[in-house]
Design a protein around this ligand. Structure first.
Ligand code: UD1
Ligand code: CA
Length: 451
């Protein structure tokens, strides 16, 4: 039985991106490129996935705390990255290794498993794609006398290698580890880039009589790399269209589908309704019967059945219960919880705050570090004053309470069940259950001075 591992090459700087951020942390639909690659590998390789990090490795590690890393201190090329990883992988007892470039974000589990299945009886295999313009990709040379090889674009010379065929190296390889142990020490950097190329193992393996295959994958966009902002934008659009088409095929109702952006980790159940333009990112889940209107941005949220998120709302790290209403123009920040049938209206901001079943905060309100029970009404302009400049404090409001408009609740403070707070109050002391709290100066009506 082969013991498989996957190795993702992610140590490069990505010079052509012109960014301080390591290339594998560049995002498509809010998700780092590397996360897309790991997502494609996980169904096949489970925990046997290793990542080579190097350029700003600390940032890559921090973004993927659960991944297993190998460090390539100096980035001397893709072949050198593999050299750095090999001793650890051999020691771990793997027999076969899938190596993939970390800048191939459209990779899918189906493509990977098909490639591995087609590779199983060779010593070294690599995937090839057909491009009209081979650009900076490594050219696949199938030569009747010298056999198969990959020649990097910079080193390609038609006089030497024959006319370019349009068949290029996709940057995904499947090899027997024992063969790599044998070949890798012989890589050299005697080429136009002065780098150790992983691609040279193909010619070395052919020369040593190993079984080598270039698996033709046609024009499969899933195997294309991202090297520049232009390619990133192109691949992001491809991914966007693929995800939205998959949602439509699964039974999600999508209006203006060309304007809907849904990240690769987002789950949308059949029967949910999305209207473009809108953006759903992170680990968001949208249940059957929930709807997201136009101009909303939703990140890492759970939206339950029948909940309605109206236009121009911005939600992050929030839970929206069954039948709840949000917006238009609402902002839910991390830790906002709307229980079933709760309502949050225009220009309301919530952070680390629970709004109990059927409770309403419909206008111009800030609820931060607050716990609000069921059936409570929060009047327009209510503010929980949770911060004294140093510490944050909590506000607790019970069930069936009524907070009058333009109330400041100076935390820490509690308003009991069925309590009433008069409009315009500045509440600094608890309001016990069933009482009326008023904290404002009494109105005086004075005669007007005649001039
Ligand atoms: C590489 C291939 C090329 C192929 C193309 C497909 C080589 C020499 N060339 O070229 O044949 O057509 O991918 O997309 O491999 N990396 C490291 N350490 C390094 C250098 C790079 O981990 O020292 C990583 C990068 O982070 C990247 C991947 O390896 O994820 C590929 O490197 P990149 O510089 O993008 O190679 P290409 O020029 O695209
Ligand atoms: Ca690349």
């Amino acid at each position: 039985m082969p013991k498989n591992a996957a190795l993702v090459l992610a140590a490069g700087k990505g010079t052509r991106m012109h960014s301080d951020r390591p290339k594998v942390l560049q995002t498509l639909l809010g998700t780092p490129m590397l996360a897309c690659v790991l997502q494609a590998l996980r169904p096949i390789f489970a925990d046997d996935i290793w990542v080579v990090a190097g350029h700003r490795a600390e940032l890559v590690r921090a973004a993927f705390p659960e991944a297993r890393f190998i460090v390539q201190e100096q980035q001397l090329g893709t072949g050198h990255a593999l050299q750095c990883a090999l001793p650890g992988l051999s020691a771990a007892g793997y027999t076969h290794l899938l190596v993939v470039n970390g800048d191939t974000p459209l990779l899918s589990a189906q493509v990977v498993s098909r490639f591995v299945a087609e590779s199983s009886d060779a010593d070294v295999t690599f995937a090839t794609i057909e491009l009209e313009d081979p650009g900076a990709y490594g050219r696949v040379v199938r030569d009747a006398t010298q056999g198969l090889s990959i020649v990097e674009a910079k080193d390609f010379d038609p006089a030497l290698h024959g006319p370019a065929s349009g068949e290029v190296n996709a940057g995904i390889y499947y090899c027997r580890l024992a063969v790599l142990e044998h070949l890798l020490p012989r890589l050299c950097n005697d080429n136009k880039s002065g780098e150790y190329y992983i691609t040279d193992i193909v010619a070395l393996a052919v020369a040593d009589g190993y079984k080598v295959a270039g698996v033709r994958c046609g024009h499969d966009v899933a195997l294309m790399g991202v090297n520049s902002p232009l390619e990133l934008a192109h691949m992001e659009e491809q991914l966007r269209a693929r995800i939205v088409n998959d949602l439509l095929a699964a039974g999600v109702i999508v209006h203006a589908p060309e304007l809907v952006r849904v990240g690769p980790m987002v789950q949308v159940e059949p029967g949910a309704e999305l209207t473009g333009p809108c953006e759903l990112y992170g680990h968001t889940c949208i249940a059957h019967g929930a709807s997201i209107a136009s101009h909303c941005v939703v990140r890492d949220c759970h939206i339950e059945t029948g909940a309605e998120v109206r236009s121009f709302s911005h939600l992050e790290g929030a839970q929206v219960g069954v039948g709840a209403l949000v917006g238009p123009f609402a902002r839910l920040r991390p830790g906002a919880i709307l229980e079933d049938n709760a309502h949050v209206g225009n220009f309301v901001e919530m952070k680390k705050a629970r709004l109990g079943k059927g409770s309403k905060a419909n206008h111009l309100t800030y609820l931060g570090d607050a716990d609000i029970g069921e059936g409570t009404n929060i009047g327009a302009g209510t503010i929980t004053c949770n911060y004294d400049g140093v510490h944050k404090y909590k506000t607790a409001i019970g069930n069936h309470a009524f907070i009058g408009s333009n109330t400041a609740l100076v935390a820490p403070v509690c308003v009991g069940d069925s309590a009433l707070v008069g409009a315009g109050s500045v509440i600094t002391k608890d309001v016990p259950e069933g009482t009326l709290g008023i904290a404002r100066s009494r109105q005086k009506n004075l005669p007007q001075k005649k001039v």
